[in-house]
Design a protein around this ligand. Structure first.
Ligand code: NAD
Ligand code: TYD
Length: 342
């Protein structure tokens, strides 16, 4: 099976490519990635020389390049992981989110339509449903995105739906909960907290620290996406939850314990504007396809902490001058706003 994987140099995309290149099934993969700050060729160093793997540095918003690539590679499927993905960055400025997550998705859908690609998988997120204090979202729950990131992803999902209904385009959407594991850019909470702790610096905990995220180990999500690729039905949406709902303050304490660091490293900072309280997915539909997560949160977090501890060269390069300037914008303003009370 020939796949175009967009955003394959990022966190989930690179874990997905590694999984399929090392699987028993005969996949050929073209990784189409713009290499933004979040795209990192190091993520695939161990598999990039395998036969059946190719890479091009290109933007999914570049309609002509997308058309040329799809027409010459003739994929059996396109899996779109490419996106701007960080909520806090979307609050600082949403333009790139609208470009990539909406216009980029549109460019891919147009190419799928024109060249009759047999399958298109849109990798989306539980954040499109917004926040819920009780119960869990199903695939038919309303879309109530609260951040510019979530809104741009919801717009991409709706374009997929409309292309399925209007043109019969074989689009499938997956909505997973928060992923964690190796190769996640250190702006996201788990790698940020781990690498800060390793450096002996503070863990900035937003608001009262009681916000809840449902964590899924990245390899579990990748297995679910591959299952959807093979067995999912066009026009359908599949929630992929980890079934591990954890409060942020608990997460911070667990990371510090695993690293044998003091709890005093946790620093309460001003809350994120529009901060979603709780995400929770009902994943019965993907379970019926035969999926269940296999990594328990405790084991996954331990493996993740060990990976960052053992790969300082990988993350130290990323915590560079650009990252520090982003952190000054991000966390400087939170400190000025004062710490919220736990
Ligand atoms: P990431 O930020 O680590 O990687 C994104 C990748 O997309 C990078 O390699 C980047 O270079 C590439 N990219 C960005 N803009 C591009 C463009 N215009 N053209 C081509 N490539 C471009 O993201 P991730 O965490 O791996 O997320 C992958 C997908 O999964 C995203 O669609 C995201 O919305 C979704 N998702 C992520 C999570 C999570 O917890 N990380 C949870 C649910 C859904
Ligand atoms: P994040 O990793 O940004 O993922 P998302 O917002 O997409 O769920 O954040 C996960 C949770 O951690 C979220 O509730 C916000 C919180 N958080 C902090 O408390 N401190 C931080 O420095 C960051 C980045 C996030």
């Amino acid at each position: 099976m020939k796949l175009i994987v967009t955003g394959g140099a990022g966190f989930i995309g690179s874990n997905f490519i590694r999984m399929i290149l090392t699987s028993a099934r005969p996949y050929k993969v073209l990784n189409y990635d713009k290499l933004t700050y979040a795209g990192n060729p190091e993520n695939l160093r161990d598999v990039e020389r395998r036969s059946g793997y190719d890479f091009i540095k290109a933007d999914i918003c570049d309609t002509a390049r997308v058309r040329r690539t799809v027409s010459s590679f003739k994929p059996d499927a396109i899996i779109n992981f490419a996106a701007e993905t960080h909520v806090d960055r979307s609050i600082l400025g949403a333009a790139d989110f609208v470009k990539t997550d909406v216009f980029g998705t549109h460019a891919l859908l147009e190419a799928v339509k024109e060249f009759k690609v047999p399958r298109y998988i849109q990798i989306s997120t539980d954040e499109v449903y917004g926040s819920t204090e009780k119960g869990s979202f199903t695939e038919t729950s309303s879309l109530v995105p609260n951040s510019p990131y979530a809104a741009s992803k919801a717009a991409g999902d709706l374009l997929c739906r409309s292309y399925f209904v209007t043109y019969g385009l074989p689009a499938i959407v997956t909505r997973s909960s928060n992923n964690y594991g190796p190769c996640q850019y250190p702006e996201k909470v788990i790698p940020l907290f781990i690498t800060n702790a390793l450096e002996g610096s503070s863990l900035p905990l937003y608001g009262d620290g009681k916000n809840v995220r449902d964590w899924i180990y990245v390899e579990d999500n990748c297995r679910a996406v591959e299952l959807v690729l093979r067995r999912g039905r066009p026009g359908e949406i599949y929630n992929i939850g980890g079934g591990s709902e954890v409060e942020n303050r608990f997460l911070a304490r667990e990371i510090l314990e695993l690293l044998d660091k003091p709890a005093s490293l946790i620093k309460k900072v001003c809350d994120r504007p529009g901060h979603d309280r709780r995400y929770s997915l009902n994943s019965s539909k993907i379970k019926k396809l035969g999926f269940s997560p296999s990594t328990d949160f405790g084991d996954g977090l331990r493996k993740t902490v060990e990976w960052y501890r053992d790969n300082p060269v990988w993350w130290k390069k990323l915590k560079n001058a650009d990252f520090k300037s982003y952190c000054r914008r991000q966390y400087g303003s939170r400190r000025k706003g004062g710490a919220a009370k736990l």
